[in-house]
Structure formats: structure tokens, C-alpha cells
Design a protein around this ligand. Structure first.
Ligand SMILES: C[S@@+](CC[C@H](N)C(=O)[O-])C[C@H]1O[C@@H](n2cnc3c(N)ncnc32)[C@H](O)[C@@H]1O
Length: 296
């Protein structure tokens, strides 16, 4: 995905991020796990609209500085707008991570759902390591899409009858072979970090689970957040041919592609028909891998 493609993810990023973290868990990470007591300089690789900065800055010690790097100029404009009135110290850099070489050293380099979209994630991980000071920390927050897809319940929809998990797993495995993008990278990062020489590596799982219920005040934004990824537009039979071609180009047989299309269509129809009164439980189970640039 080039710059323009990522710029077009602006609305998705604005809607989806409402349902990703519990603030108390971030507080727990900062205080109890990472034990950050002094102001830090933090650089966010692939910051998008600065979502991680918004989450972290109010909880980090006062005087901390947040730098975001991204390829999407429209995303950075939105990030700058969001921080305008906050009083936090921020800076945004428009760059392609593949070309980017950090001139500065930071206390922390962090990224969230970026490495899974980049064909050479280890090269970017190495850049993150190079951008932190001696004893600095590298944090990567990434998914395993297998886990993500499996931890989803839509009340009234019989997921096990749809039987899509195996096919979707195959699609993702084939994407790794053909594009180099690894949708299971969340599970592998502690190993990659160790092989790159980071020390004291550990991994946690984000404890957030989304419960969408019509009884909740924030129902509308919650269901919007859930649907913003795969179901932001209702699927139609007219779109079948294009999607079938795409699935087959990604290594599915014609039968599997048909099965995937029909299953996704059923989910999309169900969500749009029950949009005003859906119950959904969903957890992304994001893996938070972290390590230090030497023994600490
Ligand atoms: C799924 S979004 C995650 C954004 C943000 N980290 C968040 O969690 O909201 C992936 C981000 O990586 C950025 N990105 C992807 N490839 C990039 C590259 N080669 N150089 C810089 N940024 C890139 C995109 O522009 C996008 O903002």
C-alpha cells in the first residue's frame, strides 16, 4: 500500500480505534511493567492519526515528547490537528519507513499494527532498535489475525456453520508467500527481537475485549468501530466476480473462494439487517512485545 492508499484509511482509523484499549491497562504497562518514572522521548513508527500518542501522552510523566512518523500526509495532518489544543510536546515526520534513517535517539520506539502491513518487517524492526538510546525500549503491538478472527461472537450468527476460519487462515498464509506481509507477526516478534539482539524481551496481551450491546450509550460508535474494518460497506452479489478473482489470485480454489464469498455475504447481510440491535463480543488479543537495547 502506497501513500495514497494509506491516506484513504483516514476514516477507518478514526472510527476503529475507539475500541482497542483499556486506559487502565496502558497505565498498568507504564507504571508496573515498564516502570517509566521520568519523562521520555517516544517515537511512533507508522503513527497514522497519532492514536498511540493520544493514548500514551496523558499517562506518561509530564514533559514526555511524542514523535510520530508516517507515510500518509493526510493522516499526519489529522494527527497534528488532534494534538493542537492538548499542550503536549509533539512532532510529526512525513517519511517512508523503508527509506527512513533516524538522526535522533529516543528512549522508546513503538509501533502498532504497522509491521503486519510491511513486506520487510524485520528491516523496520532493526530501524526501531537503531533509533533508541542505550537501554532504550522497543515496543511492537501487533495482531495474530488467526487469533483475532477466532475470538469473535455475533449473537444470532452461527459462525461454526459458516466454517470460514480455515479458509481465511489459508488466505493469510498465501499473502505471506506472495506479498511478504505477515498477518501472524504478533506471535513472532519476541523471537525476531531476540534474534536482533534486544535483551530482556517479554510479551503481553492487550486485555481489551469489546462488548457491543444496544443497551449501551455508546452503541452507535461501538458498532461502527466493529464494522469499520471489513464491513464498512455492505457486500452485494454484484461484487462477487471481483472478490472471487481476488480470492483465487490469493491461492483459494474456486470452491473455497465461493464458500468464503457466501459466508462473508451472510455476515455482512446479518450485520446490516441487525445494525440497530446487534450483540457482539470481540477481542483483538493484540500481542505487546518489548525488549531493551542492552541489558538494563
Ligand atoms: C493500520 S495503520 C496503524 C496506524 C497507527 N499505528 C494506529 O495504530 O492507529 C498502519 C500505518 O502504517 C503506515 N505505514 C504503512 N507503511 C508505511 C511505510 N512504508 N512508511 C511509513 N508509514 C507506513 C500507514 O500510513 C498507517 O498509518
Amino acid at each position: 500500500m502506497g501513500e495514497n492508499m494509506w491516506n484513504s484509511a483516514l476514516e477507518y482509523l478514526k472510527k476503529s480505534r475507539k475500541a482497542w484499549w483499556n486506559n487502565d491497562y496502558i497505565e498498568f504497562l507504564i507504571e508496573k511493567v515498564w516502570k517509566i518514572k521520568e519523562p521520555v522521548s517516544i517515537v511512533d513508527f507508522g503513527c497514522g492519526i497519532g492514536f498511540l500518542g493520544e493514548l500514551l501522552m496523558p499517562l506518561l510523566p509530564a514533559g514526555s515528547i511524542y514523535t510520530g512518523i508516517d507515510i500518509g500526509d493526510k493522516l499526519l495532518e489529522e494527527a497534528e490537528r488532534r494534538f493542537q489544543q492538548t499542550g503536549f510536546s509533539t512532532r510529526f515526520i512525513h517519511a517512508d519507513l523503508n527509506e527512513y534513517i533516524s538522526k535522533e535517539k529516543y528512549d522508546i520506539a513503538i509501533c502498532q499494527t504497522v509491521l503486519q502491513h510491511i513486506p520487510n518487517p524485520i528491516k523496520i524492526l532493526e530501524k526501531m532498535k537503531d533509533s533508541v538510546k542505550q537501554n532504550g525500549m522497543v515496543v511492537c503491538i501487533e495482531l495474530s489475525r488467526d487469533v483475532d478472527s477466532a475470538s469473535r461472537y455475533i449473537d444470532g450468527l452461527d459462525y461454526s456453520r459458516l466454517n470460514l476460519l480455515g479458509i481465511e487462515q489459508k488466505l493469510r498464509r498465501n499473502a505471506l508467500n506472495t506479498t511478504g506481509k505477515d498477518f501472524e507477526i504478533g506471535l513472532k516478534l519476541p523471537v525476531y527481537m531476540e534474534k536482533l539482539g534486544l535483551k530482556n524481551i517479554d510479551v503481553r496481551v492487550n486485555d481489551y475485549a469489546q462488548f457491543v450491546s444496544p443497551s449501551k450509550q455508546e452503541y452507535k460508535s461501538e458498532i461502527e468501530a466493529f464494522m469499520s474494518g471489513n464491513y464498512s460497506n455492505r457486500m452485494t452479489k454484484e461484487g462477487k466476480e471481483g472478490l472471487m478473482e481476488y480470492f483465487i489470485s490469493r491461492g483459494l480454489t474456486k470452491e473455497e473462494a465461493e464458500h468464503e464469498f457466501e459466508g462473508q455475504l451472510e455476515i455482512s447481510d446479518y450485520l446490516y439487517e441487525h445494525q440497530e440491535k446487534a450483540y457482539i463480543v470481540n477481542s483483538k488479543c493484540m500481542f505487546i512485545s518489548y525488549g531493551y537495547n542492552s541489558e538494563y
